[in-house]
Design a binder for this molecule. Structure first.
Ligand code: ACO
Length: 398
């Protein structure tokens, strides 16, 4: 709907676009998604190519700094990241102040807030008129590294606290992922190899709700560590990253393949939502799903791993939904979250940490978009509303 001139505060065409279904708010050279064909490219490289030929650190470099790294660049990135994996006592105390059974998300937010209180960039932000990273890519890059490291450390600390496990200090050797696993007390070459590929798939997904939440906050020129708190909050929502866990809970609740037709009936009657299905951008199967399925199959064949008892339920949901007119007519297909939790549980991660792990794997995305925004003239994000005087919008609900 086009707004008339009296409803505009600046010249130009304004449209009413509830939920931003058709509105682009950035120009970006980072990630391309073709929702009709089910394709993803990072900086022009097909995700299949990156998945087959590169590791997570290389993809972090590609997304954030625009090219695949040389050996020296990769080594330098690794050294800088590992050097920032610090565990300040106030962060440890903030997390340990929670009873271990508290929600994972709340603990992560507290840990990040404690990190932000110490961060040199965040402190400078409150003492200078112009944030220290504006026009200074060296400071921008240092803030990116600190943010990635702080989120990784926080999630590892939360994981340990929830389980009463001893936190293991990271080392200055090995990959970023091997150190995340080490801090969690989950060092395992097989898990590391799997996450090196899985996290490539999750590393960015252009203007997702959480990346947009990050950029919305950072458009006020607040620092990236604080802006990450907005992104983490958004990522926990059931319609977004939280769906990875809710899909898993849905499989557990129906417990048996024979109950899948009942679940589908409930979904079609709109009494229930099918988590792991549907996507704002994809009108076909999410291209990441195929790789996640492949990795689950590898785990199923691995005698060292736990079984994947709920896999049959997920497969049956996808089989029935893909031939049912409700889903076909609405172009609803499996998204990456349908199988994602099954892979994490096959690797031995409990469901209370899966959303956090998926959020950690996504951090390079907002960091790349933030760096891109820092190379442009700052622009405050501020959507508009369509004011309807006296109308009863939203009442009654439904
Ligand atoms: N289950 C049942 N019906 C659905 C689903 C679903 N998962 N998704 C969409 N629909 C229906 C809607 O009810 C609507 O039906 P209607 O035309 O009869 O009213 C139609 O399909 C269109 O749906 P919208 O809500 O308009 O689609 P939108 O693009 O806004 O929603 C979303 C996308 C939020 C992801 C939705 O598909 C959904 O809720 N999926 C389940 C949650 C989920 O898996 N989220 C993860 C997404 S991937 C990610 O963020 C990592």
């Amino acid at each position: 709907e086009t707004l008339n001139h009296s409803q505009q505060s600046a010249p130009g065409l304004k449209v009413f676009d509830r939920g931003f279904t058709n509105t682009a708010c950035v120009e970006s050279a980072i990630t391309f998604i073709d929702g009709e064909e089910g394709k993803i490219k990072f900086r022009g490289y097909d995700i299949e190519y990156l998945y087959d030929n590169h590791d997570y650190e290389e993809v972090i470099h590609l997304l954030i700094w625009g090219h695949l790294p040389s050996n020296e660049e990769k080594q330098s990135l690794r050294e800088r990241l590992l050097a920032e994996l610090k565990t300040p006592q106030s962060v440890v105390d903030a997390i340990r102040a929670f009873p271990p059974q508290s929600s994972t998300g709340s603990m992560i937010l507290a840990g990040l807030a404690a990190f932000a209180a110490l961060d040199e960039g965040t402190k400078k932000l409150h003492s200078q008129a112009e944030p220290y990273y504006i026009g200074n890519m060296k400071n921008t890059d240092a803030a990116i590294i600190r943010t990635l490291a702080a989120i990784a450390t926080t999630i590892a600390l939360v994981y340990c606290h929830k389980r009463g496990k001893t936190f293991t200090e990271p080392s200055l050797e090995g990959s970023f992922i091997s150190n995340v696993l080490k801090m969690m007390g989950r060092e395992d070459k097989g898990i590391e190899k799997c996450l090196e590929r899985l996290w490539i798939l999750y590393a960015d997904h252009e203007m997702t709700n959480s990346t947009a939440a990050f950029l919305h906050a950072s458009s006020t020129l607040t620092d990236p560590l604080s802006s990450s708190i907005s992104a983490i909050v958004s990522a926990y929502g059931p319609l977004h990253g939280g769906a990875i866990d809710l899909a898993y809970q849905e499989f557990k609740a129906i417990a048996s393949v024979k109950h899948v037709p009942y679940l589908i009936k409930e979904v079609k009657a709109k009494r229930q939502r099918l988590f792991g299905f549907g996507h704002r951008i994809y009108k076909t199967v999410d291209p990441r799903t195929k790789f996640i399925r492949e990795m689950i199959d590898e785990q199923v064949r691995n005698p060292l791993r736990s079984r994947v008892p709920l896999l049959e339920i997920a497969l049956e949901i996808e089989r029935i939904a893909s031939t049912d007119d409700y889903f076909i007519s609405r172009r609803l297909a499996a998204n990456a979250d349908l199988y994602g939790a099954l892979l994490y549980t096959a690797l031995g991660f409990e469901s209370d940490i899966i959303v956090a792990m998926a959020s950690l794997s996504r951090v390079p995305g907002p960091m790349a978009h933030w760096r891109e925004s820092m190379q442009q003239k700052p622009m405050l994000w501020r959507p508009q509303q369509l004011y309807r005087e006296g109308s009863k919008i939203g009442f009654p609900r439904g």
